[in-house]
Ligand binder design. Structure first.
Ligand code: NAI
Length: 478
């Protein structure tokens, strides 16, 4: 088996953590029970690009239990838990003779290494190609689309000097693979569909579909209610604080914290910070979300107005350029700057690095103090977490298992849908039907001791819904 991880001797530790996680992931374990015999994913070769955490290890081993072969990379350079990666590779073998699934991920990849691993997951050593993608943020999907477009148009995309470094890296990779005669058309044609995990990746899919560029059908897993209203909100409610604590251990109570964006992630962040006793201020562009934040009791203002007051900045927008390099230079000394949105472009890290008066002092991996005026005494500085990349996975271990069980059960169901019913999904972007969303929730009730009330026939008639659901229309917003 080919693979690339940090250290296979971490596998025993990784396995112990996976066993604990399995207990907290009833949805995925139910998938194994329900589909372990029939193996609906037999023949599926899944290229997975999602944070290589302990929870993802349980997902990978569930997909394999359902018949799939997988090759896995992380979707972020800092988010891999090396022990989980090692355990997946070793499987029930030994570090000397691993017998699990190939993983290409380690904590602290360079951008070049990151994109090389994304290429690795698309091709099997025996010449076979991936026929499904499981994506988070859309990088694997983007690589295939960019490369196929380059072949079809005969034009390799160009990057300007002031384009982000990442674009230069992707373009260099595509150029190299074209010189090596990698058959991108065959790779694109082989893929039957993609299931996408997050808001930002889903955004990209709808844009490609609208622009007539989408090459294969996609299921938007993010907008299953049991994904975005749980993982994005309750997951970040847990892992934002975890990231702040592990990175800085600064007392949050009494501090003024700015949360940029009051969508699902921003709501979870603001609630968690308030729970710690922080004074929370919110920025929003959407009047509905701004009004929600105000009615939830948060002050809503602009970043410029709040800037002099704020001790901790958290971006949760999925937008770019939310905090500028100039603004970082005007923050309180040792203000913490953290991004929990998918990409690192929410905070202008490139602009910060270019400031002639800014010097980076590494406190520890994924925690940097940027000192202004070239001094090292820290009199005027900001503390940036995970180099502006998602800090709950870079500085901590991401969301806990129970909430990820909801998200990943949706992923498994979406993979089964797309792989087993290709005729029902022409190229487009779909969400899972509501009865499956409700089924995912149902799988997580017992573990929390939830007792559901059942509708009588008369009540169901009155509401106009079946006694067994679905209970809401597709328009209902939860
Ligand atoms: P969302 O669309 O529900 O919320 C984003 C909010 O930000 C919206 O209400 C929007 O109006 C607001 N916004 C956009 N531009 C803004 C700006 N310039 N200033 C202030 N507010 C602005 O999206 P969601 O689901 O909350 O996701 C946000 C980001 O977090 C996405 O990139 C998503 O992929 C990522 N994500 C990260 C997770 C993690 O574990 N770190 C988990 C789930 C999602």
């Amino acid at each position: 088996m080919d693979y690339r991880v940090a250290d296979l001797t971490l596998a025993d530790f990784g396995r112990l953590e996976i066993k604990l996680a399995e207990h907290e992931m009833p949805g995925l374990m139910a998938m194994r029970e329900q589909f372990g015999e029939s193996k609906p994913l037999t023949g599926a070769r899944i290229a997975g690009s999602i944070h290589m955490t302990t929870q993802t290890a349980v997902l990978i081993e569930t997909l394999v239990a359902l018949g799939a072969e997988v090759r896995w990379a992380s979707c972020n350079i800092f988010s891999t838990q090396d022990q989980a990666a090692a355990a997946v590779v070793v499987g029930d073998g030994t570090p000397e003779a691993p017998a699990g699934s190939p993983v290409f991920a380690w904590k602290g990849e360079t951008l070049e290494e990151y994109w090389e691993q994304t290429l690795e997951i698309l091709r099997w050593p025996d010449g076979k190609l991936a026929n499904m993608i499981l994506d988070d943020g859309g990088d694997a999907t983007l690589l295939v689309h960019r490369a196929v477009e380059a072949v079809k148009t005969g034009q390799v995309p160009q990057a300007e000097d002031d384009d982000p470094e990442e674009l230069h890296v992707i373009i260099a990779l595509i150029k190299r693979t074209l010189e090596e005669d990698v058959d991108w058309l065959a790779i694109g044609n082989a893929i039957q569909g993609v299931t996408e995990e997050t808001t930002t990746g889903v955004h990209r899919l709808y844009e490609m579909f609208r622009g007539d560029q989408l090459l294969f059908p996609a299921i938007n897993v993010n907008d299953s209610v049991t994904k975005s209203k749980f993982d994005n909100k309750y997951g970040t409610r847990h892992s934002l604080i975890d990231g702040l604590n592990r990175a800085t251990d600064v007392l949050i109570g009494g501090k003024t914290v700015l949360v940029c964006g009051y969508g699902d992630v921003g709501k979870g962040c603001a609630e968690a910070l308030r729970g710690q006793g922080a004074r929370v201020i919110v920025t929003e562009v959407d009047p509905i979300c701004a009004l929600q934040a105000a009615m939830d009791g948060f002050q809503v203002t602009t970043l410029e107005e709040a800037l002099p007051l704020v001790d901790i900045f958290v971006t949760a927008t999925g937008c770019l350029g939310v905090i500028t390099a100039d603004q970082m230079g005007r923050m309180k000394n040792q203000a913490i700057v953290a991004n929990i949105g998918h990409f690192d472009n929410e905070i202008d890290m490139a602009g910060l690095a270019k400031r002639p008066d800014a010097t980076r002092v590494r406190i520890k991996p994924q925690v940097d103090q940027w000192v202004f005026d070239g001094g090292t005494d820290g009199e005027r500085s900001v503390i940036v977490l995970s180099e502006g990349r998602l800090m709950n996975l870079g500085n901590a271990t991401g969301h806990p298992s129970f909430v990820m069980s909801n998200s990943f059960t949706n992923q498994v169901l979406a993979q089964i849908e797309l792989y087993t019913k290709p005729q029902e999904y022409p190229v487009g972007v779909y969400t899972l039907p509501k009865h499956l969303d409700e089924a995912v929730a149902r799988l997580h009730l017992d573990a929390l001791g939830v007792k559901l009330t059942e509708l009588t026939d008369k009540q169901a008639d009155y509401l106009g819904v079946p006694t067994t659901g679905p209970f809401k229309s597709d328009q209902y917003r939860y």
